[in-house]
Each structure stands twice: as C-alpha cells, then as structure tokens.
Design a protein around this ligand. Structure first.
Ligand SMILES: [Fe+2]
Ligand SMILES: [Fe+2]
Length: 350
C-alpha cells in the first residue's frame, strides 16, 4: 500500500515520507553533509595556529582538555553508532521503521565527520601532543591520558557496554538504558555542556576554525538529540499504554541518569578553580547549564520526575573526588602505561 505524505506533494511506495524519522533523515541530508576538508580549505589553519601559539600554557592546557574529551567522545559515539545503534533502531520495539534505519545511516556519517574534524584539528593546530592512537586499534587507539585520568573515559566505556547489550538483546528496557547514556548523557549533557564551554572560551581565545567546526557539530548534535528524545518517548508511550514488555522503561532511564550523571564533574574538572580556569568558563555556570538541560530533557520532554537534589549531590560528590586526586600525577601515570604498551606492541608482545 502506498504511504500518504503530507509534505512536498509526493509520496513513496515503501517509505513513509510523512514520518518524523524521514523528516530527520532529510534534514540530515540537507544540513549534515558539510564537508570537513572543504571547511579546512575555506577557513584554513593559519589563524588558529597563530592564536594558539599566542596563548598561555595554562590556557592551551584548558582548551586541549576540552577538545580531547570531544575527540575521544566523538570516536566512541561513532564506533557505537556503527556497531550497535544501527541494530538497535532495527529492533522490533521500533516497529520495523525503515525511516529510522535510514536516519541512522546519516547519523553515523556525521559522528565520523566530527572525529575527522577534531582529529585533524588537534594534529594541525595544537601539534606536538601524543594521543596514543597507535595503541588498541579496535577502539582506534588508547584514550588521551587526561580523559582517562579524570574518569571521563568511564562514561564512554559504559556507553559501549550498554549499546552492545541492547543491540544483542533488542529488549526495550536494555534499549532505553543504552539510548539514555548515549543520547541523553553523552550527547545531551556532556556534548551540549561542551558546546557551552567552547562558546564561552571563544571570547578569550577566538579560534575561527575551531568555532566554525563546532557550529556545524552542534547543529548535527541537535538532530541527534531530537532522535534520542523521540526514540525514548516512543518506548515510554508504550510503557504508559500498558504494553507488558515495555514495563520498566521509565525506571531504567532514571536509574541510568543517576548512575552516570557524575561524569559531568569529570568533564567539568578543567573549568574549576582547581586549574585556575584561565579562559573563564566557570564550573558553576556549566553546572547551571546542565541543570537546565536535565530539566528540559528528562522532566519536560519525557515527562519524568527527576530529583534535582539527588543529581546535585551526585555531581558534587564526584567533583570533590576529582579535587582530591592529583590529576597531573595520574596523567603522567597513564602516559607511562601507554609508553610501555607501545613498547610491547612494537615488538609484537614478545
Ligand atoms: Fe558527534
Ligand atoms: Fe551525536
């Protein structure tokens, strides 16, 4: 049977062109195909290199941490989209939505482009760093030491575990957990908190190419978030309609938020007074922003009832743990571990 469409005066045989997933797919085709190499050609690296060289070492360190979190994060979401999300959107609980699977293809493409932009940018502009990309090729190299040392890397591990499990079981509750950590926490809180930080630091360190790239990345991520909220909304609607296999979806979303929200403190560590916050990003402002995002994503968009005081307590406790650690010392330890691994890898493990 032909699908009836309400847009643009045409319809298709197999694809529902009135579907919200079709709409997201089409928006992705229109807006998500910006060309990273073309952006490099048009804006160039030189002005960013000059500004980068003029920054104080503490300012460089702060930007490097922020962009490192993005590089490892984008790599992780790209991998999990390719391997797991594509299977998740094909699960029976999404009613064999062809349009959702179409959208996922452009979604995955954009995540890989984000990695492409950040990887080249860090290499070309920030230079002389060691991202240990030659280690552990399955995950595209070891994580950057600062990402591992603050604990931020753990949320990416959690995302990998939950998306893998959901792709395998195709169970609605497992899927709700996977999509919550992927779309609501990593994309919704960490990446959006990161965009906020990039915007703020651009007042003190106006890196034109970095800002251009992040404008495109944040627009793409806006569509990814819409997808996440819509997908979780569908699962919740079925739970609320009383469908037996969907029972537990809402509880799973809340549990995953409480279990993982402290990663905001790992990410926010570099904007605290502990490191001087030379670019004036402000951890408190970041937290306020995250509080609004939690309200919008969980309470308003999904009609859940998140306990704010509990969230603040969880983030504050982790923040205290971060302050009690000697992060620089831990960074050095990770660098040494990676150097040893690299030595082992080079001689084939003999
Ligand atoms: Fe991304
Ligand atoms: Fe994304």
């Amino acid at each position: 049977m032909s699908q009836v469409t309400t847009t643009d005066g045409f319809r298709a045989e197999r694809i529902d062109t009135a579907s919200k997933w079709y709409d997201l797919f089409q928006k992705g085709v229109e807006l998500g195909t910006w060309n990273v190499e073309k952006l490099f050609d048009e804006v160039g690296f030189e002005e960013d290199r000059e500004i980068w060289r003029s920054l104080e070492p503490v300012e460089q360190k702060q930007i490097r941490y922020l962009v490192s979190g993005f590089l490892d994060g984008e790599f992780a979401v790209g991998e999990d989209a390719s391997h797991h999300l594509q299977r998740i959107v094909g699960a029976p609980c999404f009613d064999d939505s062809e349009e959702m699977e179409m959208y996922m293809s452009i979604f995955t493409l954009t995540e890989h482009k984000h990695t492409q932009f950040l990887d080249v940018y860090m290499h070309e502009v920030m230079g002389d760093q060691d991202v240990f990309a030659d280690l552990n090729p399955k995950r595209g190299g070891a994580r950057i030491p600062i990402v591992q040392a603050t604990g931020l890397g753990e949320i990416f591990d959690r995302q990998g575990q939950l998306t893998a499990r959901a792709a395998h079981s195709q169970d609605p509750v497992d899927i709700a957990k996977a999509l919550t950590v992927y779309h609501m926490i990593v994309e919704g809180l960490l990446a959006r908190g990161g965009f906020y930080a990039i915007n703020k630091l651009s007042q003190n360190a106006p890196l034109p190419l970095l800002n251009h790239g992040f404008k495109f990345i944040s627009t793409d991520e806006g569509r990814h978030m819409t997808h996440g909220v819509e997908a979780l909304g569908e699962l919740l609607a079925k739970e609320r309609a009383g469908e037996p296999e969907f029972q537990g979806v809402g509880r799973a979303i809340e549990d995953v938020l409480y279990e993982n929200v402290a990663s905001v403190a790992d990410f926010g560590y570099m904007f605290t007074d502990a490191v001087g916050d030379p670019l004036e990003i402000s951890f408190d402002d970041l937290l306020m922003r995250v509080g609004h995002l939690i309200d919008g994503q969980f309470n308003e968009a999904l009609a859940l009832d998140i306990d704010h005081r509990k969230i603040i307590g969880l983030v504050a406790d982790r923040h205290q743990e971060c302050l009690e650690k000697d992060i620089d010392e831990e960074v050095r330890e990770y660098q040494e571990i990676y150097q040893r691994k690299r030595g082992v890898a080079a001689d084939g493990g003999r």
